[in-house]
Ligand binder design. Structure first.
Ligand SMILES: [Ca+2]
Ligand SMILES: [Ca+2]
Ligand SMILES: [Ca+2]
Ligand SMILES: [Ca+2]
Length: 333
């Protein structure tokens, strides 16, 4: 027969203490376990308390902690620690990064895995700060997060953004808004092989409270949407370098020379945003290194891949898009 569940008894706590440890004390209604003897104090004082006339005079440098709740006025040193849920982390610790932020839940402690449960599992001060990785299939059956806009269509092999026809503009967007503080995006794109194409394609992250449609076709399908992007330009306007070239939209920087990716074959683009600066790789070779975007401030909106042909003709495809937000986003759908 099971014994009824009861609070820790002093006798039980004493039995759990390592040999040589001092007796327990009870302070202001909370259970307090002294796990180490500290001869400088009156730990074994009369009445079960530690008789701290000289309150914790032996506390090591930086080890003075203040408890919350009913014992807010109690000052303790970190040899007097509580681990009610027995997870090995205490409500008071010399190292603030080791403090148990929920001493009633053994699954919550520093170093625990953060999961989507409305709790700060790892005690870092942020709730549900789970790194987000968004990777939904663009080919049939396509992930329901994708929204195709303009001339874009989802096919059995991925998204066709523009066809080889005049005036085409298309985009695919992840339909849940995210905050663009830091990210790492990987795309696989294909541009039709032809010598006189237009206008180009781009990964974009743009502000908004609803899923964007398409922007101007002569802005790679992003023109006028605001925000930022990384574009492969395939139409040489007057004064521009030979195409294709790479340009970071919104960064006020010169174009970057890249190999010919307008060859009808899949190529990869990786775009990383770190502390307001952009890194870009094409086919795993880094061409943009720590390009700071002037006055970049994180904002909430949508990310996707777009293409536009302007008044010329060129087909653009994207077959894989993956986005990671390393800082977490609060477990959005
Ligand atoms: Ca604990
Ligand atoms: Ca805990
Ligand atoms: Ca956390
Ligand atoms: Ca959590």
């Amino acid at each position: 027969m099971l014994a009824p569940r009861s609070p820790w008894s002093l006798a039980l706590l004493a039995a759990l203490l390592p040999a040589g440890a001092a007796a327990c004390e009870v302070v202001a209604g909370i259970r307090d376990i002294e796990l180490a003897t500290d001869a400088g104090n009156d730990d074994a004082g009369v009445g079960g308390g530690d008789g701290d006339a000289q309150v914790d005079a032996d506390a090591p440098d930086g080890a003075v902690c203040h408890r919350g709740g009913a014992a807010a006025s109690v000052v303790c040193d970190c040899s007097e620690r509580i681990d009610t849920d027995r997870d090995g982390y205490f409500t008071c610790d010399v190292d603030p990064k080791k403090v148990d932020c929920d001493d009633s839940d053994a699954k919550v402690h520093p170093g625990a895995a953060e999961i989507c449960n409305g709790k700060d599992d790892d005690c870092n001060g942020s709730t549900d700060d789970v790194p987000a990785q968004l990777h939904g299939s663009l080919s049939a059956p396509a992930d329901a997060h994708w929204v195709a806009a303009g001339n874009a269509v989802l096919t059995a092999s991925g998204a066709t953004l523009t066809n080889d026809a005049v005036g085409q503009t298309g985009a695919v967007w992840w339909k849940t808004p995210y905050t663009f503080d830091a990210f790492d995006m990987n795309a696989t794109f294909t541009i039709e092989a032809k010598p006189d194409g237009a206008d180009g394609c781009a990964f974009g992250w743009v502000p908004g409270v609803t899923v964007p449609g398409i922007g101007a076709g002569n802005g790679y399908g992003l023109g006028g949407l605001g925000g930022y992007g990384v574009a492969i330009d395939t139409y040489q306007n007057a004064g521009e370098p030979p195409v294709p070239f790479l340009v970071v939209l919104g960064a006020n920087a010169s174009p970057y020379t890249i190999p010919n990716v307008r060859d009808g074959r899949p190529h990869t683009m990786r775009v990383q945003l770190v502390a307001g600066a952009v890194n870009v790789w094409i086919d795993t070779i880094q061409y943009v290194k720590h390009l700071a975007i002037p006055n970049y401030a994180p904002f909430t909106g949508y990310w996707g891949f777009a293409a536009g042909g302007g008044n010329a003709f060129e087909a653009h495809y994207v077959s894989d898009l993956m986005m990671s937000f390393p800082n977490g986003q609060g477990c959005r759908p």
